[in-house]
Design a protein around this ligand. Structure first.
Ligand SMILES: O=P(O)(O)O[C@@H]1C[C@H](O)[C@@H](CO)O1
Ligand SMILES: Nc1nc2[nH]cnc2c(=O)[nH]1
Length: 326
């Protein structure tokens, strides 16, 4: 899919960019650990309190918009669909990182979807932007402190499973924490028991009832042919994968490959949130050395735009169902 890339030039040099390196470094026992979670429990509470003081409702559902699904120019995107929105650009939230990637607007939006109060990360943080995993996933803890019990994590991903097509939706039934194989985990460092246990299980990370129901919803809404369930893996990026890497990931049982979500889900499960996640398949992974095509971010964003209506509708229905189960 090589259509017109609707990228707008985003000014990354925001005046508040210095905040990226200006996080309060309160740690357990007053010590600083080189690779620890420098957002103490108290500093996460402070961020949550800043937001709660400015929003007249407390959402129980949090949504993370993947590439293209939260673009600021994309007025039809999921994030832009919230009713009565209250928006917080990341640079206005004390101690918050900022988004630097095209297709990630960089704001928290509180509002209503299907008359259900939600909060939405319109733009997430990625490892390749220079943020450690714990920082990429920190907003999930802010959600938890605000009162969110259910997380919907969305992403753009390359399809490895040969039965998938560009534009399909893959509900994540499991992940392979590829970066974790090398010891890189958002929970690395001293554990804060008030968030969760030292050794959280991950064998039921993705809520089975929600997966089942979401598939029913997709079928009922005429999206059944687009929807699969599969295994997602996250690599560090920003380079896309080589043919050999993709062949290996396919052999390992990965159905889709991306650069996010896994560390957010680990962090969410650590603090006992219920998780639902899906990938928009924005490109098919190239596993043929003779193929002349190349993966590119424009295509990723274009497919996000192409599917924005379906995704909005699908997520609204999932939110509606979640709210009934709470
Ligand atoms: O934030 P997500 O995981 O949706 O973004 C994917 C991975 C890279 O950030 C980007 C590559 O085009 O899309
Ligand atoms: N790692 C990775 N991330 C993606 N995000 C969207 N497409 C891709 C892809 O092919 N590979």
């Amino acid at each position: 899919m090589n259509g017109t890339c609707e990228l707008k030039t985003k000014v990354l040099n925001r005046t508040n960019e210095s905040k990226v390196n200006n996080v309060e470094q309160e740690t357990q026992n007053g010590q600083y650990y080189a690779n620890s979670n420098v957002y103490s429990y108290e500093s996460v509470v402070k961020i949550a309190q800043f937001l709660l003081d400015r929003v007249p409702f407390t959402p129980k559902i949090g949504i993370i918009c993947g590439s293209g699904m939260g673009a600021y120019w994309n007025k039809g995107s999921l994030a832009e669909a919230l009713q009565n929105p209250i928006k917080f650009p990341y640079e206005d939230i004390p101690n918050f990182p900022i988004s630097t990637v095209e297709g990630h607007a960089g704001q928290l939006v509180f509002g209503y979807l299907s008359d259900v109060p939600v909060m939405c990360m319109q733009g997430r943080f990625h490892y390749y932007e220079g943020y450690p995993l714990w920082k990429c996933a920190m907003p999930v803890r802010v959600m938890k402190m605000i009162g969110v019990t259910h997380l919907i994590a969305t992403n753009a991903a390359g399809g490895l499973n040969k039965t998938y097509k560009v534009g399909d939706i893959m509900i994540v039934k499991d992940h392979i924490n590829m970066m974790g194989f090398a010891g890189n985990n958002p929970l690395q460092g001293p554990n804060e028991e008030r968030f969760g246990p030292r050794f959280p299980p991950m064998n039921s990370a993705y809520n089975k009832q929600l997966i089942r129901k979401a598939k029913e919803i997709a079928t009922a809404e005429g999206l059944g042919d687009l929807v699969h369930d599969g295994v997602y893996t996250c690599l560090g990026g920003p380079s896309f994968e080589t043919v050999a890497e993709l062949k290996m990931l396919g052999m390992l049982g990965c159905d889709a490959v991306g650069m996010s979500t896994v560390h957010e889900v680990i962090t969410a499960r650590h603090c006992n949130m219920t998780v639902f996640a899906f990938s928009l398949i924005t490109n098919m992974c190239i596993t043929d050395y003779d193929c002349k095509e190349e993966a590119n971010h424009c295509e990723v964003l274009d497919v996000g735009k192409l599917r924005e209506g379906d995704l909005k509708h699908f997520v609204s229905k999932v939110v509606e169902y979640m709210a009934q189960t709470m």
